[in-house]
Design a protein around this ligand. Sequence first.
Ligand SMILES: [Zn+2]
Length: 319
Amino acid sequence: MYKNGSIGFLDVLLGSGSISEFISNIDMVQKVHASDKEVLADLKDDYKVVKEKKEELDRLQSQLSSQKQREAEKQAQLTANKSEVSKKKANVAASNEARQDNIQDLNAEADHIMAIIQEEERKAREREERERKEREERERQQKQQQQQAQNGNNNSNGNSGNSTGGDSGGSSDNSSDKGDSSSGGSSGGGFTWPVPGHTRISSNYGWRICPFHGREKHTGIDIPAPYGTSVKAADSGTVIYAGYLGSYGNAVIIRHSSTLYTLYAHNSSLVVGSGKKVSRGQTVAKIGSTGSSTGNHLHFEVRKGGNSYGNDVNPWNYL
Ligand SMILES: [Zn+2]
C-alpha cells in the first residue's frame, strides 16, 4: 500500500503542468505522505492490538478446552463412582437376601453370654441356698415347738417314756433340677417354633468354612421373617436378659430350667423385660436386623448351663 502510494506521488509530481504547480504538488505530496505515515503507524498499532487480542483469545480458548477436558474427566469419574455405588447396592441387596449374621462377630460375644448365664446360675444357687436355710430354720422351729408341746405333756403326765424321734438327718430336698417351667416340656423335642409361619432356615447350626474367617461355628439357627414379626418363647421360663447384647443386637435370654436357656437375637424391639416370667409361645420380641446381621431374621440359640458353662447346643434336639 505504501509502495503503491509512492508510485501515485510520482505520477502526481510528473504530471505537474508548471513549476508553481509542481511546488504546490510537492507540498501536497509531502502532506499526504505524512498522513499516510500516520495511517501506517495507526495500522501498525491496530495490528499489534489485534495480534494481542488474538493471542488472548487463543489463550482463553486453550483454557476453555482444558477446562472442558477436566469437566469430562470429572464426569467420567462420576459415572464410574455411580456404577461403583450401584454395584455396592447390588451386593447389599444380595447379602440382605441371605439374611444371616456375621458368625465371627457373634462368637466374639460368646464369653459375654456365658458370663450372663453363669451370673444367673450363681444367683440361682444363692436363691436355692437361701430357700434351703429358710426351710431348715422353719423345720427346726417346728421341731422345737413339737418338743416343747411334748415336754409339756410329759411334765403333766409324769416322767414316763423316752424321747421319741431323734435325728432324722439333714433335710436334702432335691431341687437342683427344678426350674421355672410349668409346662415341663423342655426335655427334648418339646420347644414350640419361635417364629410361627416362618420355617425356612437361612443358616443352620454347626461348623462351616467361611471364605474370610476359615473354620467357624454357627451357634444357632437363622430364621428369616419380615420386620416386626412376633418372636415367641420356645418354652415357659424366666427372662434373665432383655437388652442390647453387642453383635447379637436386641436380645432376650430365657431360663427354662437351671441348665437350659434359649436366646433370641437381632430383634427390632423387645416386648418383655428382665426378670419377667413368660409362658410357652408368649411374644417376647419383634423380628429385626440389629447387631451384626445382614437382614431381618431371628438368630435362635439353645444354651446349656450347669457343667457346660453356658455352651451352645444343637437347637434341633429341642425343637
Ligand atoms: Zn445366626
